[in-house]
Design a binder for this molecule. Structure first.
Ligand SMILES: *Cc1c(COP(=O)(O)O)cnc(C)c1O
Length: 426
């Protein structure tokens, strides 16, 4: 029997259907519904139905052509990465010359810090958020050590005010006003992985640059989730992965942005390989590189073609749907989940910690649990209700209704499962 609430969810799905038909949704292990309610696209996006055939076509070219595939494949391998450049640039609001898909996220953060973390004099500090993703913490601490600096003294972790869960823009700006002269690099997450907070990227970038710091952004949880305008926002550099909202598969190739003003700057240190030299003369095999005045100068190795196919397929999908339409649906879907969560959390030891202002978040809502472990709760949601969420120990469970493929009924299932799993306090 459908309750009126469940019927309402189905009705909303019929008027605002999204693009679920373009994805493989994992089957549920048993129970009432054939598919899981997948709310973990912020951790690993689902597989687009188009990916397998596109990947097989690239594999076929290798089978038929061997080495000649570099030039003769339907999508020749030598310039293959260029197919990804324009759609990636559109997604992050960049010029094609500012964007390239390569490597993985943390590797790219390191390669970018080679160029953009250059401590000198009293300007040595790296500023991150206290709830930064661990990989970013480890990366910046190891960069400090690489420069002979003490990571404890070099890395500043910005904390929310006591009793608050998210950073206030005002506090970040005040910190930069007071201590900006000591900051070499500001490297924050555009959307925080834990709380789902969307930072005010343009305001913080402007303040950081005005204070004389370099401003980079980790967009792992922002890309494909919220609209971005990196070029116009004057961001110095950015990096993101493609396996979360970009649905390009586990460990997928990542993306990089370097602002136009830094391109072709011979004073910037960079690590180079044969893919750092301009493509036209690459095979002259000269002993000295001639890097192009584009972000491709940051490339090092020839890229893995079979890893690029899924990214290409995914970017084509984002291109065809468009980020503005996705954001619109995202606001509706997350607003709906928020309303349902408010009802469930009202009399249970659960608190939504994501900002309540839709302009300050993407699609993810994070819930802090007051009793028990986050891991235990997500296990029960999965095994008893077929709801796939994501735990961050000790006490946060994250739900991401992804505008491409999540449904209102998925959101309803989250609330229904939470109500059944977490005991009411009164
Ligand atoms: C997912 C994520 C990573 C993961 O790093 P990889 O190098 O892709 O393994 C790093 N930083 C942030 C902020 C993330 O959300």
């Amino acid at each position: 029997m459908h309750t009126p609430e469940e019927a309402e969810a189905h009705r909303l799905d019929s008027v605002d259907p999204g693009h679920r038909h373009l994805f493989h949704v994992p089957p549920a292990e048993g129970g009432r519904y054939p598919e899981v309610a997948y709310l973990a696209g912020n951790s690993l996006g689902l597989q687009p139905r188009a990916t397998r055939d596109e990947l097989l076509a690239d594999l076929d070219a290798w089978q038929r052509l061997g080495v000649e595939g570099h030039l003769e494949a339907e999508r020749p391998w030598l310039p293959y990465h260029e197919l990804l450049t324009a759609p990636a640039a559109r997604l992050v609001g960049a010029l094609p010359a500012e964007t390239v898909v390569m490597n993985s996220l943390t590797v790219n953060l390191h390669l970018l810090m080679v160029s953009f973390y250059r401590p000198a004099g009293e300007r040595t500090r790296i500023v991150i958020e206290d709830s930064a993703f661990p990989s970013d913490s480890y990366a910046v601490r190891s960069q400090a050590r690489f420069h002979g600096l003490d990571p404890d003294a070099t890395v500043v972790r910005l904390k929310p005010r006591p009793g608050e869960d998210t950073l206030r823009t005002r506090d970040v700006l005040d910190f930069l006003g007071a201590e900006g002269h000591t900051v070499a690099l500001l490297l924050l997450g555009g959307v925080n992985y834990l709380t789902g907070e969307l930072m005010d990227i343009p305001a913080i970038t402007a303040a950081g640059r005005a204070a004389g710091a370099v401003v980079g952004w980790d967009l792992a949880h922002a890309v494909g989730n919220v609209p971005l305008a990196l070029h116009d926002w004057d961001v110095d550099f950015a990096a993101w992965c493609s396996y979360k909202y970009l649905n390009s598969g586990p460990g997928a190739l990542a993306g990089v942005f370097v602002h136009e003003r830094h391109l072709g700057d011979p004073a910037l240190p960079r690590f180079e390989g044969w893919w750092s030299t301009e493509a036209a003369t690459r095979f002259e095999m000269t002993p000295v590189s001639r890097p192009p005045a584009t972000v491709e100068a940051w490339q090092i190795s020839n890229p893995p073609i079979f890893a690029m196919g899924p990214v290409r397929t995914s970017l084509e999908l984002f291109d065809s749907v468009g980020m503005p339409a996705l954001r619109e649906r995202s606001l509706r879907l997350t607003g709906y989940l928020e309303r349902l969560l408010d009802e469930v959390t009202a009399d249970r030891p659960l608190t939504v910690v994501t900002p309540r202002d839709p302009a300050r978040r993407g699609c993810q809502l994070s819930v802090r649990i007051g009793v028990g472990s986050a891991n235990e709760l997500t296990k029960r949601l999965r095994h008893e209700h077929g709801v796939i969420a994501d735990a961050r120990e000790p006490d946060v469970v994250r739900f991401a209704p992804v505008p491409l493929y999540s449904t209102y009924h998925d959101c309803w299932r989250v609330a229904d499962a939470l109500a059944a799993t977490v005991e009411a306090t009164s």
